[in-house]
Write a protein that binds this ligand. Structure first.
Ligand SMILES: NC(=O)C1=CN([C@@H]2O[C@H](COP(=O)(O)OP(=O)(O)OC[C@H]3O[C@@H](n4cnc5c(N)ncnc54)[C@H](OP(=O)(O)O)[C@@H]3O)[C@@H](O)[C@H]2O)C=CC1
Ligand SMILES: CC(=O)N[C@@H](CCC(=O)OP(=O)(O)O)C(=O)O
Length: 318
């Protein structure tokens, strides 16, 4: 069985990465649009009509524009399947949030959805750590949560890559100090928090990869819990996932290792979760490590496409 897939925004950072993954896909043929008309709405709608799935790799405004136009062609949302990599539809109830590992119901929802919103790279890490602990009653929903993180500069797309290549990007740049980062709403909603987490993103002098941290004091938790109990909960939550795994053999068990490289999973589509604690387990340090362009973007888009097409979720991803 072969499926036609159109990547709207194929020339961008995310679009190119999606294309390179799909080039290895045994069941997919990419529908390419001539460069001269890649921003022409009617040419793009023709492609969308021909495709079994369209992956939007566009800035928010352009994604909203094309999704609105596609809705006009497809009032019942029956024939057209859109997967949007932008932030535009992530908390829109008309769109299914494309994080299949959130729970079994989410995977089923995605399998029957025609409008799928790909998660943000940072929220992928934060939700993966927070949601199981909140749903299990370990972290109270009204907890004050802080999420420090560092990303490779490809996270900022072509514009930030150009800044880096021109030598104009600081080696380590903290940003979104107005506490209004666009990822906060989806992080809060899908983690199950009653209030916004304090999100502290930064970008480092490396191309791809990221670390998303959740520091926790035992006093923030609803119940006393050990690091190994947190580790076991996360391990069991993702036991059926081909793309999320624990990054070490056991809580705090990294054979004495006390550092984590942010770019260790660059070029990959999976995500690793870590649980560290101090000796008396009064402080915990949880971390998700992923590639912002992989599980944080194009890998997740291909995973969602596989689910929407009813084929094995990790096809072309492992
Ligand atoms: N980079 C990352 O790590 C991640 C990015 N994303 C999201 O993916 C989306 C794309 O980001 P990214 O690939 O980084 O951005 P880029 O800037 O690298 O690429 C965007 C692409 O879209 C094209 N484009 C812009 N406007 C239009 C339009 N009206 N019609 C057709 N094409 C258009 C651009 O062309 P041109 O350059 O000629 O204007 C460019 O090729 C964004 O919404 C981003 O938030 C999601 C997860 C991670
Ligand atoms: C380093 C950097 O600038 N990162 C981007 C997020 C990239 C990303 O994955 O966000 P979307 O999926 O929402 O596009 C930012 O903070 O805006």
């Amino acid at each position: 069985m072969s499926y036609n897939v159109f990547i709207d925004g194929e020339a961008g950072t995310t679009g190119l990465k999606v294309a390179s993954r799909l080039a290895l896909h045994p069941h997919v043929q990419i529908l390419h649009l001539d460069d001269a008309v890649r921003k022409d709405m009617s040419a793009r709608l023709d492609m969308i009509a021909k495709a079994d799935v369209t992956i939007l790799c566009l800035p928010d405004v352009a994604a909203i524009e094309v999704a609105t136009a596609a809705n006009g062609m497809d009032a019942n949302a029956i024939d057209i399947c859109l997967i949007d990599a932008s932030t535009a539809h992530r908390t829109d109830p008309e769109w299914a949030y494309g994080f299949a590992e959130m729970d079994a119901a989410q995977r089923r929802l995605l399998a029957s959805s025609k409008r799928i919103s790909n998660p943000g790279c940072y929220p992928t890490g934060a939700i993966a750590l927070l949601r199981p602990l909140i749903k299990s009653g370990i972290i109270p929903a009204d907890a004050d949560i802080t999420v420090p993180a560092v990303s490779g500069y490809s996270g900022g797309g072509n514009a930030m890559i150009a800044l880096h290549d021109a030598g104009d990007l600081a080696p380590h740049l903290a940003y979104a100090t107005d506490l209004k980062h666009k990822h906060v709403p989806e992080m809060q909603l899908y983690s199950g928090l009653d209030k916004a987490p304090l999100f502290m993103p930064s970008v480092g002098n490396f191309y791809a990869g990221m670390l998303v941290h959740v520091p926790l004091h035992a006093s923030q938790l609803a119940v006393p819990v050990s690091a190994s109990a947190i580790y076991d909960l996360l391990r069991d939550w993702y036991a059926d996932s081909a793309l999320i795994a624990m990054g070490a053999a056991g809580a705090n068990d990294l054979a004495g290792q006390t550092t984590m490289a942010a770019d260790a999973l660059a070029g990959r589509n999976d995500m690793e979760l870590f649980v560290f604690a101090n000796k008396d387990e009064s402080q915990f340090w949880l971390t998700a490590r992923l590639d912002n362009l992989g599980k944080g973007a194009s890998g997740a888009a291909v995973q969602n496409m596989n689910i929407a097409l009813g084929i094995a979720e990790d096809t072309a991803l492992v």
